[in-house]
Ligand binder design. Sequence first.
Ligand SMILES: Nc1ncnc2c1ncn2[C@@H]1O[C@H](COP(=O)(O)OP(=O)(O)OP(=O)(O)O)[C@@H](O)[C@H]1O
Ligand SMILES: [Mg+2]
Length: 223
Amino acid sequence: MLELQDVTKTYVQTRRRVEAVRGISLRVEPGEMLVLLGASGSGKSTLLHLLGGLDRPTTGRVLFRGDDLGTLPDDKLTALRRERIVHVFQFFNLLPTLTAAENAALPLLLGGVPAAEARRRADEALERVALGGRSAHYPEELSGGEQQRVAIARALTVRPEVLLADEPTGNLDSATGNEVLSILREMAGDEGRSVVMVTHDEAAAAIGDRRVRIRDGRIESVA
Ligand SMILES: Nc1ncnc2c1ncn2[C@@H]1O[C@H](COP(=O)(O)OP(=O)(O)OP(=O)(O)O)[C@@H](O)[C@H]1O
Ligand SMILES: [Mg+2]
């Protein structure tokens, strides 16, 4: 469903080039939970950005259901990122002036869904991440784990086909991290959804169906 074909990504700066991804082919299967593991700087976030169309490859192709993300016009790519391949960022990106429910509803509102419908789906998503009682709270009134769950709920309101999560447990204690992991695990396979999760943490990685180890921009192993 989502596939990297011999992809490279080179960042060119004035004084030097960084070959962040050096030739990776990888297929994300429908319904699977795929984990990207690797040391800091190995290229995991870059790969996630390429998979989500947040960045375009230097060479190679990124295919989503047959469409080449690298050549999709910007407006199509924006719509796809809002509705079909959704990113959950490490630092949540919640808007501080919006409540949990408003944050969760935002992508739907931006996509033109009527307010009442958006609100209903946001409430439903907050229930799924066990935050039904926190919908009127602002981000600063929530714990780190709760904020992370709101970020996941916001991704879920649009019922994406692919959920991309960068270090979703990176800032959490292990108990809270485990809650977030089990939510992500539940999301994979639900409605055929694929989840791709980046982590440093071997214990967190164990929850995936497959683990892809990245080293210096290349795949070291798949298990
Ligand atoms: N915008 C950029 N411009 C130049 N170099 C970059 C840029 N983004 C990332 N890099 C470099 O590309 C390499 C891969 O970075 P990336 O963020 O993908 O690593 P990572 O595996 O996610 O690391 P971490 O675990 O620390 O988040 C690093 O050497 C980084 O310095
Ligand atoms: Mg990273």
